[in-house]
Write a protein that binds this ligand. Structure first.
Ligand code: TXA
Ligand code: MG
Length: 316
């Protein structure tokens, strides 16, 4: 079992000693370690059971570290940084040669962001190295949005989890890269397409097979332990008696178990509650999770993306 607390000094000392610590961010919890230490990077891959071809995001607390780790940053990236950092936007930028290849799985670009959570901001300020921190879940499972989620799955393998409460965005950061004239969206997340459009031409490159620029886009990500079916809830309920229903705003009192993500119909609130709901349905008396397509705008797109990936594990 990991110790759970709010002791930033303790977390910092463990990280300085090459240990891993669960950290809160505004999106999901991360499994953090020194991004510049190859032994620590290996430990992250091993603890998460993540294949080494799927690179890690680095988290920084200052713009100086951005310049220390990356080079040839395009002008448009600075506009986005000014607007969204600290916040849920991850940039793919050319890495400096000193940055370990292991961190980026041999790719020339690294993923980097400045998270927006008071405890983690203080922690990063206290440290003199960046933190590599993929989501703190075993590879392929739903991301954690509370310290308890981290404890339940990785608690036996890490000494400490910094408890920052439930995360307030609840879905991972948006991952973007750049070409000569466009912003390329590799993962939908906390910053919406509508917002990014204000900064320039947008292209989306999600779910590529082969050798994707962002390998974590594999479709089978974000799966809970039960099959997920997306469709018209009332119809699906007739065929599935022991179904857990995750709905947007309507209630389904006849279902075995129903979690409404936002009674007032807010997509932001629904995103915030989604991963905890998927976990809550992962119990023995539920056979299958039934859910619906969310409105395809704002955070609804990221919600639909995560639900489709969860469903695709079972070939649906
Ligand atoms: O919100 C988030 O981004 C959370 C919090 C903890 O910051 N982190 C997170 O990390 O979701 P992770 O590792 O679960 O997802 C990072 C995504 C993966 O899809 C990974 O493949 C992609 O970013 N990625 C990381 N480094 C990359 C690189 N050098 N080139 C392309 N894609 C990269
Ligand atoms: Mg992840």
């Amino acid at each position: 079992m990991a110790e759970i607390g709010q002791n930033i000094e303790k977390a910092a000392q463990l990280l300085e000693n090459g240990e891993l610590v669960g950290i809160p961010t505004e999106t999901v919890y991360g499994l953090a370690g020194n991004a510049l230490d190859e032994k620590v990077i290996l430990k992250i891959f091993k603890t998460k059971k993540r294949p080494q071809y799927d690179p890690l995001i680095s988290h920084i607390g200052s713009i100086e570290l951005l310049h220390g780790m990356t080079e040839n940053i395009p002008e448009i990236a600075f506009d986005l940084i000014d607007r969204y950092w600290p916040g849920p936007l991850t940039l793919l930028l050319p890495k400096r040669k000193e940055i370990p290849e292991l961190l980026t799985s041999g790719l020339p670009r690294m993923a980097i962001r400045m998270p927006d959570h008071s405890l983690t901001k203080q922690l990063l300020k206290r440290l003199n190295f960046p933190l590599a921190a993929p989501s703190a879940n075993p590879f392929g499972y739903v991301s954690p949005t509370s310290a308890t989620h981290v404890e339940n799955q990785l608690g036996g393998q890490i000494p400490y989890i910094l408890d920052g409460g439930s995360t307030n965005i609840g879905i991972e950061s948006t991952v973007i890269g750049f070409d000569e004239d466009s912003i390329i969206i590799h993962r939908l997340g906390g910053v919406t397409i509508e917002e990014l459009r204000k900064f320039g031409k947008i292209r989306t490159e999600l779910n590529q097979s082969g050798n994707p620029a962002s390998p974590g886009k594999l479709r089978s990500h974000y799966a809970p332990g039960k099959p997920v079916i997306i469709g018209v809830i009332s119809e699906l309920m007739q065929e599935n008696r022991n179904a857990g229903v995750i709905s947007f705003k309507d209630e389904y009192p006849d279902s075995k178990k129903n979690i409404v993500l936002s009674k007032k119909g807010s997509l932001d609130e629904a995103a915030c509650n989604l991963f905890a709901a998927l976990r809550a349905m992962d119990v023995p008396d539920i056979d299958v999770i039934i859910t619906e397509k969310f409105p395809e705008h704002g955070m609804g797109r990221a919600i639909n993306d995560r639900l489709r990936r969860a469903a695709s594990t079972y070939g649906l």
